[in-house]
Design a protein around this ligand. Sequence first.
Ligand SMILES: CC(=O)SCCNC(=O)CCNC(=O)[C@H](O)C(C)(C)COP(=O)(O)OP(=O)(O)OC[C@H]1O[C@@H](n2cnc3c(N)ncnc32)[C@H](O)[C@@H]1OP(=O)(O)O
Ligand SMILES: O=CC(=O)O
Ligand SMILES: [Mg+2]
Length: 557
Amino acid sequence: MTTSKLAGYYDAPEGVDVRGRYDEEFAKILTRDALEFVARLQRQFRRQIRHAMESRREAQRRYDAGGLPGFDPATRFIRESDWVCAPVPPPIANRMVEITGPVERKMVINALNSGAKVFMADFEDALSPNWENLMKGQVNLRDAVNGTISFEDRERKRVYKLNETTAKLFVRPRGWHLKEGHILIDGEPAVGCLVDFGLFFFHNCAAYRANQGQGFGPFFYLPKMEHSREARIWNNVFNRAEESASIPAGSIRATVLIETLPAAFQMNEILYELRSHSAGLNCGRWDYIFSYVKTLRAHPDRLLPDRVSVGMWQSMMRSYSHLLIFTCHRRGVHALGGMAAQIPIRGDPAAHAKAIEAVRSDKLREVRAGHDGTWAAHPGLIGEIGTVFEEGLAGRENLIGVVRREDAAGICEEDLLERPRGRRTIEGLRLNTRVGIQYMAAWLTGTGSVPLYNLMEDAATAEISRVQNWQWIRYKALLDAEGVELALMPELFARVVEEEMGRIEREVGMEKFRRGMFKEACSIFVRQCMAAELDDFLTLDAYNQIVIHHSSAGSSL
Ligand SMILES: CC(=O)SCCNC(=O)CCNC(=O)[C@H](O)C(C)(C)COP(=O)(O)OP(=O)(O)OC[C@H]1O[C@@H](n2cnc3c(N)ncnc32)[C@H](O)[C@@H]1OP(=O)(O)O
Ligand SMILES: O=CC(=O)O
Ligand SMILES: [Mg+2]
């Protein structure tokens, strides 16, 4: 963490101290009333959040002692009884294609104009949560909701404005585990997701409901939950926000990402907690793979094969998505598919066609399985994905009430835990290392989603690289090196890191390598891969490097 001086200061209420850089535009977001709203949420829910995080650690201790996640006998009545969530709001009945992306100004406009039904504006996997990104993101979303957002690219002499018809906005706040180090509430760092949610809700609730939500909204995506008690906190936050804005209960809707292994056993319970606020579930496949390794880190019989081999075709991944579709449709809500990592490739038509075909077949699998919609990483994919889903939905808005997937009712604990099969190779180790370091370097310098080797990489995909290296090092995995088996010892990893750093330097060029933060990224990544105890998240340690405190009037630094 570093500190520096600034000119203006934010008008913060009692007990709130804003230590991020002062900016007149940010001050219109960080008003006294908005900060008071965030502080009230934090004060009301901090005990429950602390308890939920301690419960995560307790569950992990059980898995570390040899236990496995499973369905909770205590909530069998929720899984077995008949209940449904609140009816789907008409403006979001059709969610065939959803584009996702960070809350960067030009990308927000491009995403809203992309032709997708929904735009998920991301404060999470796709965003490096530095102060500038977060606050500019809030400014951008406010302008988007008001319909006034524009952006001028002077170099390219291009002005960006919203089209007549735009995607419906969903906002993804950070996960429960992340703090906002630039805002202190009663001396403690604010809870990151309450800052993201609170500021967005406070400034946009009324305009969103009038301009986009047809009386509903705002809409959210909720990431990385591990248990229904965390969904209960969100439900209470929504109740509190609705009361304070004097809007009807059930106006806010949220789609929960099922992207942790423990949450796969809690789909019904999560929907139940949020039943008056639910907008379904989504298969967050990348974090899910990461979570499989993290949750089962003490189980040497659960080593994953190379990252490229852990796709939706693996039995465990298929079981998880089928159970999600069955659960959502039984409860009357959308079952969203996930993100294919391929993106359009310029200047190589054959590679481009291959990438598009990979996305097309992933989407075909999803719609045939019964998903109501899916995610797109890039505007260039919307047309192809839209065609697949339009054909699959055959004129319907969604498949709720159409595809029941009763066959998935019998998916059991073993199905969800089955280890993915495939080879572990030295090439896999090299790729993880190259990708992990380059992603971390981008993140440290303010970019949270990047194209690497023609694939979309973000915090979730980078996590797989990190924990997979950790797991292989921890258990001295045997790796295939062109037909020879090598045990992954620390010396071998050190040699791979050195060689891959050399390759990164050659690929990005000496100048960019020198100016970038590749060395810092390498040292964070290597420390985490070699740690005796697996760090919970890649971004927790690295976050300290992007917190910059400025002194404010009345604060003592
Ligand atoms: C695991 C998960 O959580 S998935 C969800 C989180 N991850 C994401 O949301 C990733 C979203 N995608 C992206 O960030 C980007 O597509 C990347 C980083 C993968 C690739 O970005 P780039 O290399 O800049 O793409 P490219 O140069 O082809 O972009 C072409 C145009 O499309 C725009 N664009 C690309 N992706 C997006 C997007 N997701 N949303 C809006 N606009 C986009 C670019 O801004 C650019 O616009 P311009 O022509 O007006 O200048
Ligand atoms: O957030 C999505 C994921 O795949 O992770
Ligand atoms: Mg994720």
